[in-house]
Structure formats: structure tokens, C-alpha cells
Design a protein around this ligand. Structure first.
Ligand code: AMP
Length: 211
């Protein structure tokens, strides 16, 4: 079973992916993580995408698609895939359809005010991408791998707003795109983790029963 996670930046797609990976054994494809990795490793692709990412712009489709295809080629015998951050526009969804079958689309729903608050205190491990909140943890070393915990360059207020605007304009139309395919389920992630996980478990168990 393959799942697309839709939702604004900071809505909690990474957090939800981790739950599905840990509890259902799915594998994760986050185009954002893969692109950041290419910048860190100073690859040719990294050089091309850095300025877009720092400005909170979407990276050109052909570059993201190449990253996605490489990631898919490296996945073998998987139980299910979680697409986190791809697609971000209808043209990308159409490309994805050519590569894999998507069974379920979970749209993570959180009010903008909560997102702004979460993103400005978000910190990430520069090595393993583990996510932290400055409100809960002020350590500068990752608790999982010991890597350096940093603020993403696109998690600063001016860029955050730009990314949210891009989401509204380019990514939100995907909600209707997938609703029309009867694949869309909304998931409220504005409450406690327990509430989100319980709703998510309900959605996934029901979906897996159908298989
Ligand atoms: P994320 O980690 O998903 O928030 O993505 C961080 C940044 O990576 C985005 O703001 C874009 O610059 C770039 N990016 C990630 N996924 C895509 C995509 N599917 N299409 C275009 N740009 C992307």
C-alpha cells in the first residue's frame, strides 16, 4: 500500500511518517530530505537546488523527479511507501501516477497560526533529519545520532510565509485532485500526539483490511 501525505509545511508530515514507519514498517520518501542531503553532500544537484530551497521556492519539476526516481529505484521489496513532500502540484501527481500506484492520500490539517508557531521553533538534525521543537528540547546535539541540531534556512519567518503561500497556490489543488479519485482522507493534527495517532491508526487499519 502506498500513501501520499499532503499538508502545509509544518503540518506534521514527517512526524506522521515516523509513526507509520515505526508501527507499520513502511518506507519513507521525503523529497525535501533528499534534496537537503544533496546540498549537504555538495553534489551537482545540490548546487542547482540550493537557491530555490533557501528562498522557499519549489525546485523545478525535472530536478525533483530525478531525485524521486532514484529513491524509488533504491527501494526493493517494500511493504508500502510514504511519499512526504511529493507531489506538490498536479503535474507532479501525474508523474507519480506513472511510477507507482497510490492507494491512499492523507491530508494533514492544522490551522495556519499553529503552523507558524511550530515552524519558527522547529529544529532538525543536520545528519539524520530528526525533528525537534525548541520549546521541548534545547540540546544542540541530536538525541538519536549525535549530529548537530540546526534551524533550517527556510524556517525563518519571511521564508515560512512564502512557503505557506506557495502551498495555498500550488499544492492545495491536489486536495480536490485526490478527492475526485476517492483517495483522500483528512487528518486533524492540531490536538495531542495521542489524538493524531489514534485517528491515524483507525484510518490505516481500515485501509489495510481492504487489501
Ligand atoms: P520539505 O522538507 O518537504 O518542507 O521541502 C523543503 C523544500 O524542498 C521545499 O520548500 C522546496 O524548495 C523543496 N521541495 C521538496 N519537495 C519538493 C517538490 N515535490 N517539488 C518542488 N520542490 C520541492
Amino acid at each position: 500500500m502506498n500513501i501520499v501525505l499532503l499538508g502545509a509545511p509544518g503540518s506534521g508530515k514527517g512526524f506522521i511518517s515516523n509513526y507509520i514507519i515505526d508501527n507499520y514498517g513502511f518506507e519513507h520518501i521525503s523529497t525535501g530530505n533528499l534534496l537537503r542531503e544533496s546540498i549537504k553532500n555538495k553534489t551537482k544537484l545540490g548546487e542547482k537546488v540550493q537557491s530555490y530551497m533557501t528562498a522557499g521556492e519549489l525546485v523545478p519539476d525535472e530536478l525533483v523527479l530525478s531525485v524521486l526516481k532514484d529513491a524509488l529505484n533504491n527501494k526493493k521489496n517494500y511493504k508500502g511507501l510514504i511519499f512526504d513532500g511529493y507531489p506538490r502540484k498536479i503535474a507532479q501527481a501525474e508523474e507519480l501516477e506513472k511510477l507507482v500506484n497510490i492507494d491512499l492520500v492523507i491530508c494533514v490539517d492544522v490551522p495556519q497560526a499553529v503552523i507558524l508557531d511550530r515552524l519558527s521553533s522547529r529544529r532538525v538534525c543536520s545528519s539524520c533529519s530528526e525533528v525537534y521543537s525548541l520549546k521541548l528540547n534545547k540540546d544542540t546535539k541530536c538525541l538519536k545520532c549525535g549530529g548537530e541540531v540546526i534551524q533550517r534556512s527556510d524556517d525563518v519567518p519571511s521564508v515560512i510565509q512564502h512557503r505557506l503561500d506557495k502551498y495555498e497556490e500550488q499544492t492545495k489543488p491536489l486536495i480536490d485532485f485526490y478527492r475526485n479519485q476517492n483517495k483522500l482522507i483528512m487528518l486533524d493534527n492540531s490536538g495531542s500526539s495521542e489524538q493524531t495517532f489514534s485517528a491515524l491508526k483507525g484510518i490505516l487499519d481500515k485501509e489495510l483490511e481492504k487489501k
